[in-house]
Unconditional design. Structure first.
Length: 157
């Protein structure tokens, strides 16, 4: 059974460890505190655990004191399987494009890095290989259109 759990948002890395070891979570909503324990970080990396990271939501909810203190850059540097998410766009008044622009401007992520994080999300979908391949093809076409509309020369327009 494919499992996604919220963990490591308000509680520490031990919460992420429980989600991975006890509940066998393939995906973890938030998980931003995983880096508090190197062993948990290594386990998440080894297992390919997906982290559904919501930068703006984590700031709005008070999980991080400021956007620039968000650990997403360190999670990416630790080679964790990170995806970009909005959590609740109605509450935060954001879109996925807003989050991508934020990652580009605040964390200096390139368009290629943003593409990788987005591809991670497609690869983490609980669907068949055939559906995943079709979705990846469609996604790559749409991403190219999005990039051409919202980014110029690798920077947000």
């Amino acid at each position: 059974m494919n499992v996604t759990l919220h963990a490591g948002e308000w509680k520490g890395a031990e919460n992420v460890l429980e989600a991975i070891e006890i509940f066998n979570a393939a995906r973890i909503g938030h998980g931003v505190r995983v880096l508090e324990d190197e062993n948990v970080t290594n386990l998440a990396h080894e297992r390919g655990t997906v982290f559904e990271v919501c930068v703006t939501s984590n700031f709005h909810s008070g999980v991080v004191a400021s956007i620039d203190q968000h650990p997403i850059g360190k999670m990416i540097s630790a080679d964790l399987n990170v995806t970009i998410n909005t959590d609740d766009p109605q509450i935060s008044q954001i879109t996925l494009t807003d989050e991508m622009k934020l990652l580009s401007s605040q964390f200096s992520l390139s368009i290629d890095q943003i593409h990788t994080l987005s591809t991670n999300a497609v690869n983490a979908a609980f669907i068949s290989s055939k559906e995943r391949n079709a979705l990846l093809n469609k996604f790559n076409k749409k991403f190219d259109l999005w990039k051409n509309n919202y980014f110029q020369n690798g920077s947000p327009s």
